[in-house]
Ligand binder design. Structure first.
Ligand SMILES: Cc1cc2nc3c(=O)[nH]c(=O)nc-3n(C[C@H](O)[C@H](O)[C@H](O)COP(=O)(O)OP(=O)(O)OC[C@H]3O[C@@H](n4cnc5c(N)ncnc54)[C@H](O)[C@@H]3O)c2cc1C
Length: 509
C-alpha cells in the first residue's frame, strides 16, 4: 500500500491566522513526520488590528501549553469580561454584553425564563445585576475564577485584549521552537497540477519554489491561493452588514484600563476602544455610503480618550465569506476565508475554529470529498450564525440618522427572523449545534436593544413567585459581594507583571 499521509504543509501568510495555524499544527502534529513551512512577506505586511478576543481563545492558549501569565506580559494584554454598548440602542443609553453563563435555573425553569417574568412585572432589576462579569466590569475589577462552589466566583469567564503584532510574534517563536520553518518572501506564482487543479507549489520573487501536500492560505483579504489561484468565489454579505471601511489608530492610555471593550455607536457606524497595558487601540468602523473618509477621520480623532499616537490607518473590506474555505488541497484561514466586521470580535475565533476543524478532518493525500464538504458546511454554519448576531445589533435600534434608518430596513435572514420571533413570543432563546454565542449573549443584546417579549414562558407559572424573588435577590447579592471582593483590574495586571517566573512552557526569545 502506498503511503498517502500528508508529509508537508505550506502556510502562506504570517499574520495572526498564519502564526496561529503554524503554532496549532506544530503542537498537534508533533511526533508525526510532517514538515511545516510558513512564507510571509514583510513588504506586504499584515493587517495587525485584531486586538479583542472572546473566551474560547483561552482554550487555544491552554491547548498550546502556553503559560497564560507569560503571554499576558509579552503581548501587553488586559482582561476582557464583555463589551459595553454605549449610545447604541439610542443616544445616552448603555448596556453590557457580558461573557459567561446565565444564572442558575430553578428546577427545569431556566434563569432567562424566570428573570424575564419578574422583569416584565417590574420585580427584577436590569439583567447586568445578575452577571458577575457585568458588575465586575462596571466597577473596573477582575479576578480569574476560583474554586468556590455555588458562588459566581466559580464561573468568571474572560478573554483578552492584546497587541496583535506581539501576539503573532509570540506565536512565531512558539512555532519556530517546534520546528516550523519560516521563509521571508512574496509568493508570485502558484503552480497547479494539470490533472486535477490541486496546488503543486508556490514560487517566490527570489525564484525559490516551495512544494507541499497541503496548503493553508493565510494571506489576508486577497486570498492569494484560494481566490487568485483557485477562484473559489466570495459571498458578498454587504446587503446584511452595512459597514465596509475602518480607520484604526492607537492612543495614549487615559486612566486605568477597563476590563471590557467599549463600543460607541456613531452616525455612520461605531467606534471601539480596546485598552491594552501600554496604550488604547481605537477604530471607527463605518459605511462608506454614509460618511466620507475625512468625516470619519474627524469623528474618530475627536472621540479618543487619550492623545492619538499617529495618523489613522484606513482599511477597506467586503463583509462575507469565501464560498468554500477548503478547496482541493487548500484551506483558507483568517481574512482569506472571509470577514465579518469586528463588533463582537469573532474573527480570531473563526481562525481558531478553522484550525480545530482542520485537525478534526485532517486529510491524507487523497483529500476525501466528504471531509472537505463537511468542513465547509460546519464553517458556513458558524459564519452564518455570527452574521445573524451582528445583524441583530444593526437592525434593532432606535437611533436617528440615515445610516441607522438604512440598517432598520435591512431584510432579516430567515434564521434571525425565527430567533427574534421565538424571543418576542415567549422570551425563548435556543442555541443550536455549534452555535457560538451562548444564551446570555443573545439575552443581553436582545434586552439591551429593547426587544421585550410579549409574554413570558408559561412554565414559570409553576414556580412560587416568592421563591423566584428570593432566588433573584440571592444571585444579585452574591454577585455584588463577589465583585466587591475582587481586586481592581489594574492591580490584577500589576500582580502578573510582578509574578515574572520562568514557566516550563516559556519560549526562548
Ligand atoms: C478594522 C478591523 C478590526 C478588527 N478587529 C478584530 C478584533 O478585535 N478581534 C478579532 O478577532 N478580529 C479582528 N479583526 C480581524 C483580524 O484582524 C484578522 O482576523 C486577523 O488579523 C487575521 O488576519 P490574517 O492573518 O488573516 O491576515 P493579515 O493580517 O492580512 O496577514 C496576511 C499575511 O499574508 C502575507 N501575505 C499576503 N500576500 C502574500 C504573498 N503574496 N506572499 C507572501 N505573503 C503574503 C502578509 O505578509 C501577512 O503576513 C479586525 C479586522 C479589521 C479589518
Amino acid at each position: 500500500m502506498t503511503d498517502r499521509r500528508i508529509s508537508s504543509i505550506a502556510i502562506v501568510g504570517g499574520g495572526t491566522a498564519g502564526w496561529m495555524a503554524a503554532a496549532g499544527l506544530a503542537r498537534s502534529l508533533a511526533g508525526m513526520p510532517v514538515r511545516i513551512h510558513l512564507i510571509e512577506s514583510r513588504q506586504i505586511g499584515s493587517v495587525g488590528v485584531g486586538e479583542a478576543t472572546i473566551p474560547p481563545i483561552m482554550d487555544f492558549i491552554r491547548q498550546l501549553g502556553i503559560d497564560e501569565n507569560e503571554l499576558i506580559r509579552e503581548v501587553k494584554a488586559t482582561f476582557k469580561l464583555g463589551i459595553g454598548y454605549r449610545d447604541w440602542t439610542r443616544i445616552g443609553h448603555f448596556y453590557f454584553h457580558p461573557f459567561g453563563p446565565t444564572g442558575p435555573g430553578i428546577g427545569s425553569v431556566s434563569f432567562p425564563a424566570y428573570w424575564l417574568k419578574m422583569f416584565l412585572e417590574g420585580k427584577a432589576t436590569r439583567l447586568e445585576d445578575y452577571s458577575i462579569q457585568a458588575v465586575a466590569a462596571e466597577r473596573g475589577r477582575f479576578a480569574r475564577p476560583v474554586h468556590a462552589p455555588n458562588t459566581p466566583l466559580n464561573k468568571i469567564t474572560y478573554a483578552l485584549h492584546f497587541d496583535a503584532s506581539q501576539f503573532a510574534r509570540y506565536l512565531r517563536r512558539f512555532a519556530e521552537a517546534r520546528g516550523v520553518q519560516r521563509t521571508e518572501g512574496e509568493v508570485r506564482r502558484v503552480l497547479l497540477r494539470p490533472q486535477d487543479g490541486f496546488i503543486e507549489s508556490v514560487s517566490l520573487e527570489s525564484g525559490e519554489t516551495i512544494a507541499a501536500d497541503l496548503f493553508l492560505d493565510c494571506s489576508g483579504f486577497r486570498g492569494v491561493l484560494i481566490e487568485e489561484a483557485l477562484a473559489t468565489g466570495y459571498d458578498n454579505w454587504s446587503h446584511w452588514l452595512p459597514c465596509d471601511r475602518a480607520l484604526v489608530v492607537h492612543s495614549e492610555r487615559a486612566g486605568a484600563p477597563a476590563p471590557y471593550t467599549l463600543v460607541t455607536a456613531r452616525d455612520a457606524g461605531w467606534q471601539w476602544r480596546i485598552p491594552l497595558q501600554h496604550r488604547d487601540g481605537n477604530g471607527y468602523v463605518y459605511g462608506s455610503a454614509f460618511a466620507s473618509d475625512e468625516a470619519a477621520r474627524n469623528v474618530l480623532l475627536t472621540n479618543l480618550a487619550g492623545k492619538a499616537l499617529g495618523e489613522p490607518m484606513p482599511l477597506r473590506f467586503t463583509p462575507g465569506r469565501r464560498r468554500r474555505a477548503w478547496h482541493r488541497n487548500c484551506v483558507a484561514l483568517g481574512l482569506a476565508a472571509g470577514f465579518l466586521e469586528p463588533l463582537e470580535a469573532t474573527s480570531i475565533h473563526l481562525i481558531q475554529r478553522g484550525i480545530a476543524m482542520l485537525l478534526k478532518f485532517f486529510p491524507d493525500r487523497d483529500f476525501a470529498l466528504a471531509d472537505i464538504e463537511r468542513y465547509n458546511r460546519m464553517l458556513e454554519f458558524e459564519f452564518e450564525r455570527v452574521r445573524d448576531f451582528l445583524l441583530m445589533h444593526y437592525t434593532q435600534t432606535e437611533r436617528a440618522a440615515s445610516f441607522w434608518d438604512h440598517c432598520r430596513a435591512i431584510p432579516l435572514t430567515d434564521s434571525l427572523r425565527e430567533k427574534l420571533e421565538l424571543f418576542r413570543s415567549h422570551g425563548r432563546i435556543l442555541r443550536e449545534d455549534s452555535e457560538l454565542f451562548p444564551v446570555l449573549s443573545w439575552l443581553s443584546v436582545l434586552v439591551g436593544q429593547n426587544i421585550i417579549p410579549r409574554r413570558y414562558d408559561p412554565m414559570v407559572d409553576g414556580l412560587d413567585p416568592e421563591k423566584i424573588r428570593t432566588r433573584l435577590d440571592d444571585i444579585r447579592d452574591a454577585v455584588r459581594r463577589c465583585a466587591d471582593a475582587m481586586p481592581s483590574h489594574q492591580d490584577f495586571i500589576d500582580s502578573i507583571a510582578l509574578s515574572r517566573t520562568t514557566s516550563p512552557h516559556a519560549v526562548p526569545s
